[in-house]
Design a protein around this ligand. Structure first.
Ligand SMILES: Nc1ncnc2c1ncn2[C@@H]1O[C@H](COP(=O)(O)OP(=O)(O)OP(=O)(O)O)[C@@H](O)[C@H]1O
Length: 585
C-alpha cells in the first residue's frame, strides 16, 4: 500500500501498473473495435458538416442542394446515435471482465496478504475503481485516434483555404498543452484520493453493518454515528477537491475556448477583408474552428481521463500483483494417502509476531487430539498451517508422511474438513448451506440420510420448508447448536478424512455442547480429528492432548499422562474447572 500511496503523492501515475492492469483485464476488443469504427465514421461525417452548412449559408438554395443537405443531416444523426449506443456495451463488458479478474484474484491471494490489507477495503476496488477505470479507458480507446484524425483532416482543409487560418488555430496550442499536463497530474491525485476514501467508507460500513447487534448491545449508536460521519467526511473532502478541480477545469477550458474564438475571428475577418478567402470559406472556417476547439478539448479530456484511469488502477494493480497461493501443479496427488498429522520443529511468525516456536508432535491416523492452551498460544495458527493457509518459516507440517507444501492445495483441502467456532454459513437455503463446497449434484435423499446420521434431521423435520428453509447471512436465523449440526452434516457428506474443529462447543450451552460432542465422535469414528478446545469434557474424550503455552509445546500425551505431571496442563484444567463452576452459578 505504501508504494501506491507514494505514487499517489507524486501525482504522475505509474505506466507500468497501468499496462499491467490492461494486460490482465481482458478488454472486449471486438466491442471496442466496433465502437471505434463507429466513432471514426462519426468524425469522418463531421468533417463535411462545415462545408455542407457553409454551402447553404452562402446562398445555394436549389432543391438538390437542400435534399443533399437533409440526407447529410440524417446520416450525421444516425452515426452520432450509433457512436453513443455502441460505446456503452464496450464499457460495460470491459467493467464486467475486470470485476471477474479481480474477484478471481481475491479468491486466490495468500492469506498473509489479507493480514495487512482489510478485505472489505478491497471490495470497492472491484465495485468502484474497476468500473470507472474501464469506462474512461474505453472512452480513450474508442475516441482518441478518430479525434486526432478529425483534427488533422480539418487542419488540412483549413490550410487549403489559407495557410494563415491554420496558423491561427495553432497559436494557443502551447498554452493548451501546459494546461493538459498540469491539470492531468492534479486529476490523477484527486481521483486516487476519491477511490481511497470510497474504499475506507465501504470497509467501515461492511464491518459495522455485519455487527449491528454488537453496536446496539453496547448502546454505541452515537459513537458509531460520529465514526461513520468521520469516514464519510473523508470522502466528502476528497469529492470537494474534485469539485475544486472541476471548477478550475471549467474556468480554464472556457477561457481557452474564448481566446481561441477571438484569435480565429480576428484572423478570419482580416483575411476576408483582404480578399484572401471568400464568404463560404469564412463560414466553413468559423464552423471548423468551433468543432476543432471542441476536438482539442476532447483530446485534453482523453488525456485527463487516462490520468484518472491511472489513479483508479493504482490500487487494482497492487491487488493484481499480490502473491497467490501456489497450486502445486505437477506435484503428487495425495488423495487416499495416510492421515497421520506431524508437526516437525515448526516455527511460525505473523510478520515479526511469533506465534509458534519449535513445535513438534504427531497425531496418529484415525485418532483424536485436543489442542489446548491459553488465548493467543497458537492453537488456531496450528490448524491454519495444516490447511496450508500459511507457510512455516522453519520446520515441516506433514499429512500422511508428505509435507503439506508438496500436496496440491485442492487435494489437501479436499481431504480436510474445517468446523469453526461460529460455524459460519452463507445465506441462501438450508439445502444450499448443506451442499456448499460439494462440487456435485447431491440428491435430497443423500442429504436426508446424512442429516439422520448427525441428528440434524430431527431439527429439519420441525421446519415446514425443510431443505428449502431460508438461511439468514452468517446463519443467524439458526441457533449455535443447529448451525454446528448443519456444518457437521455437510462435512459428513464431503467425506473428509481429517477433521479440524476450532472451539466447536464454546458458543453452546452444556446440553447442546454434549450433543455436538457426541455427533463428532459418532459420525466420524475413523477420521483423524484435531479439536481446538477449552471444553473439559471434550478434553477427557480425546486420545491425545497437545498443550501449547505462548507458542511453545508445553506437553503432549493422554489425559492420564499429563495429569499431575505437566504444570501448564494443570493450570489449564484448573482454569477450565473454575470456568465451569462459574457457569453453573
Ligand atoms: N492474522 C494474524 N496476524 C497477526 N497476528 C496474528 C494473526 N493471527 C493470530 N495472530 C497472533 O498469533 C498468536 C497466536 O494466535 P492464535 O489465534 O493461533 O491463538 P489461539 O491459541 O488460537 O488463541 P484463541 O484461543 O484466543 O483463539 C497471537 O499472539 C495472535 O495475536
Amino acid at each position: 500500500m505504501s508504494k501506491v500511496k507514494k505514487e499517489g503523492h507524486k501525482g504522475g501515475g505509474n505506466w507500468k501498473d497501468f499496462f499491467h492492469v490492461i494486460r490482465k483485464m481482458r478488454l472486449p476488443w471486438h466491442w471496442i473495435i466496433i465502437a471505434f469504427l463507429c466513432n471514426f465514421l462519426y468524425n469522418r461525417v463531421m468533417l463535411d458538416l462545415p462545408t455542407v452548412t457553409a454551402g447553404l449559408m452562402s446562398g445555394s438554395t436549389d432543391s438538390q442542394a437542400l435534399v443533399d443537405a437533409v440526407w447529410f443531416y440524417v446520416l450525421f444523426t444516425l452515426v452520432l446515435c450509433g457512436d453513443v449506443a455502441l460505446r456503452s456495451p464496450a464499457r460495460h463488458v470491459a467493467a464486467r471482465n475486470i470485476r471477474r479478474v479481480i474477484w478471481k484474484k481475491m479468491l486466490r491471494i495468500r492469506m498473509d496478504y489479507y493480514d495487512g490489507h482489510n478485505p472489505s477495503d478491497l471490495m470497492s476496488t472491484m465495485t468502484n475503481d474497476a468500473t470507472t477505470a474501464t469506462e474512461y479507458l474505453v472512452e480513450f480507446l474508442v475516441g482518441f485516434l478518430p479525434t486526432i484524425y478529425y483534427v488533422a483532416a480539418a487542419l488540412q482543409t483549413i490550410s487549403s483555404y489559407n495557410v494563415w487560418l491554420m496558423v491561427s488555430v495553432f497559436l494557443l496550442l502551447p498554452l493548451k498543452l501546459i494546461y493538459a499536463v498540469f491539470v492531468g497530474r492534479w486529476q490523477y491525485r484527486t481521483q486516487f484520493g476519491v477511490f481511497k476514501e470510497i474504499g475506507s467508507l465501504t470497509a467501515y460500513l461492511a464491518e459495522r453493518v455485519r455487527n449491528l447487534m454488537l453496536i446496539k448491545t453496547y448502546t454505541n449508536e452515537e459513537r458509531e454515528l460520529k465514526n461513520g460521519e468521520k469516514t464519510s467526511y473523508g470522502l466528502f473532502d476528497a469529492n470537494m477537491k474534485v469539485n475544486k478541480l472541476n471548477c478550475v477545469i471549467t474556468a480554464l477550458t472556457t477561457l481557452l475556448g474564448m481566446a481561441q474564438v477571438m484569435v480565429v475571428m480576428v484572423f478570419g475577418v482580416l483575411l476576408l477583408k483582404r480578399g484572401d478567402i471568400d464568404i463560404q470559406q469564412w463560414v466553413a472556417f468559423y464552423m471548423f474552428s468551433g468543432t476543432l476547439s471542441t476536438s482539442f478539448s476532447n483530446l485534453i479530456d482523453y488525456w485527463m481521463k487516462l490520468k484518472s484511469v491511472q489513479g483508479a488502477m493504482a490500487r487494482t494493480a497492487e491487488l493484481l500483483r499480490a502473491p497467490e497461493e501456489e497450486e502445486q501443479e505437477g506435484k503428487r496427488e495425495e488423495k487416499g494417502a495416510g492421515t497421520e498429522v506431524c508437526f516437525d520443529h515448526v516455527s511460525f511468525s505473523y510478520g515479526d509476531k511469533e506465534a509458534l516456536k519449535d513445535v513438534s508432535f504427531t497425531i496418529p491416523e484415525g485418532s483424536s487430539a485436543a489442542v489446548i492452551g491459553l488465548c493467543g498460544s497458537g492453537k488456531t495458527t496450528s490448524l491454519s498451517l495444516l490447511e496450508h493457509f500459511y507457510e512455516p518459516q522453519e520446520g515441516t507440517v506433514s499429512l500422511g508422511g508428505v509435507s503439506v507444501a508438496d500436496i496440491p492445495l485442492q487435494a489437501l483441502r479436499g481431504r480436510m474438513g474445517y468446523v469453526q467456532q461460529g460455524a459460519d454459513i452463507f445465506s441462501g437455503t438450508v439445502r444450499e448451506a448443506l451442499t456448499y463446497g460439494l462440487h456435485r449434484e447431491v440428491p435430497d435423499e443423500e442429504i436426508w440420510a446424512a442429516a439422520r446420521k448427525t441428528g440434524f434431521a430431527e431439527i429439519l423435520e420441525k421446519w415446514d420448508a425443510g431443505l428449502d428453509t431460508p438461511v439468514a447471512p452468517g446463519g443467524t436465523s439458526m441457533s449455535g447448536g443447529q448451525r454446528q449440526k448443519l456444518v457437521l452434516t455437510r462435512e459428513f457428506m464431503r467425506g473428509a478424512d481429517v477433521l479440524l474443529f476450532d472451539e466447536p462447543t464454546s458458543a453452546l450451552d452444556a446440553a447442546a455442547a454434549r450433543m455436538v460432542q457426541d455427533t463428532i465422535f459418532d459420525t466420524f469414528p475413523d477420521q483423524t480429528k484435531i479439536i481446538v478446545t477449552h471444553d473439559l469434557s471434550l478434553i477427557r474424550r480425546v486420545d491425545q492432548i497437545i498443550v501449547l503455552d505462548r507458542g511453545v509445546l508445553a506437553g503432549c500425551g493422554s489425559y492420564s499422562d499429563l495429569y499431575g505431571k505437566c504444570g501448564a496442563f494443570m493450570e489449564l484444567i484448573a482454569a477450565c474447572q473454575a470456568e465451569k463452576e462459574a457457569a453453573k452459578c
